[in-house]
Design a protein around this ligand. Structure first.
Ligand SMILES: Nc1nc2c(ncn2[C@@H]2O[C@H](COP(=O)(O)OP(=O)(O)O)[C@@H](O)[C@H]2O)c(=O)[nH]1
Ligand SMILES: [Mg+2]
Length: 276
């Protein structure tokens, strides 16, 4: 385990973005976007880009940063993350393209990296890219992430593909159900990018994000055990985010989390590192 996010506010000031989009071939709604490639300069907010494999995460990443990331370089825990930046409305964003993951309850190394960043890296916004043609397969991850944070934007991607299959998704209904913005996109064509940027800006700057969804267990004994253990985790690792989640994983016998508690690295994860 070990993939905390960089802290904001590091580096030189953001590039001036006035007029930068004259060359960026996006619709007028995104005229305040400046793609900053790998060098975002100083940034105000950190975005984590999550989602199942093949949902278009890297395509969204490239649309926002101007980079040409094909697949995230996440072959192992030590490999550098795909990171880039953009500025929007004069605000600097650093964005981290996570490896594809189906679940935060994962066992594979790649999925651990995504899980660690989402659970312990404290991103300001999590953009979850979902495949509109396979919504039922994609929603479990969205719901798991919603249990961690309310600072979520759902990028409902591949709506062009869905349309071809006669599938339409009621984004307003989904927004209501999930309690966070859902933006329809066909990222490969740049469609939906202006709406995505607006949603990211709104979620990044709100002082009052929706509360994380909280699953309360009907079994009183289990609920007590979770609360007890969560309190112990907090006492041992002060300030660790998502102690309830950690407690649940421990009760379920998650070997990775168990080891992180035993060897103390869970505490390291709670401290976002400075940017390189
Ligand atoms: N039709 C369509 N294809 C897309 C869209 N976005 C991404 N793709 C394609 O989906 C595949 C997976 O995209 P990629 O960004 O690598 O997904 P990732 O694995 O989530 O990073 C690639 O072939 C993309 O060109 C979209 O909006 N519409
Ligand atoms: Mg990718």
């Amino acid at each position: 385990m070990g993939a905390p996010l960089p802290s904001p506010g590091v580096g030189p000031p953001p590039h001036e973005d006035a007029g930068a989009c004259a060359s960026c071939a996006l619709s007028p709604g995104s005229a305040r976007l400046a793609r900053l490639g790998m060098d975002p300069g100083r940034y105000d907010h950190v975005i984590a880009l999550a989602g199942n494999p093949n949902t278009g995460k890297s395509t969204v990443f490239n649309a926002l940063t101007g980079l040409r990331q094909h697949v995230g370089n996440w072959a192992g825990k030590t490999v550098a993350r795909a990171e880039g930046g953009f500025s929007y409305g004069g605000v600097g964003y650093r964005i981290v393209d996570l490896p594809g993951t189906y679940s935060l309850l994962s066992t594979s190394t790649d999925e651990d990296v995504a899980r660690d960043v989402l659970l312990f890296g404290r991103p300001d916004v999590v953009v979850v890219v979902v495949d509109a043609t396979r919504l039922e397969r994609n929603l479990p991850l969205v719901l798991q992430i919603r249990q961690i944070t309310g600072r979520v934007v759902v990028a409902l991607n591949l709506v062009d593909e869905a349309r071809r299959h006669g599938i339409t998704v009621d984004t307003r209904h989904l927004t209501r159900e999930l309690g966070v913005p859902v933006v329809a996109m066909a990222a490969r064509r740049g469609q939906g990018v202006p709406d995505l940027l607006a949603a990211i800006a709104q979620v990044a700057t709100t002082d009052d994000p929706p509360a994380p969804l909280r699953l309360v267990h009907r079994d009183a004994a289990l609920e007590r055990a979770v609360a007890d253990l969560a309190a112990k985790v907090e006492a041992r690792f002060p300030g660790v985010p998502n102690s309830r989640w950690v407690a649940l994983r421990l009760l379920e016998g998650d070997a990775g989390i168990e080891e992180a508690v035993r060897n103390g690295t869970l505490g390291d994860l709670a401290t976002p590192v400075e940017a390189a």
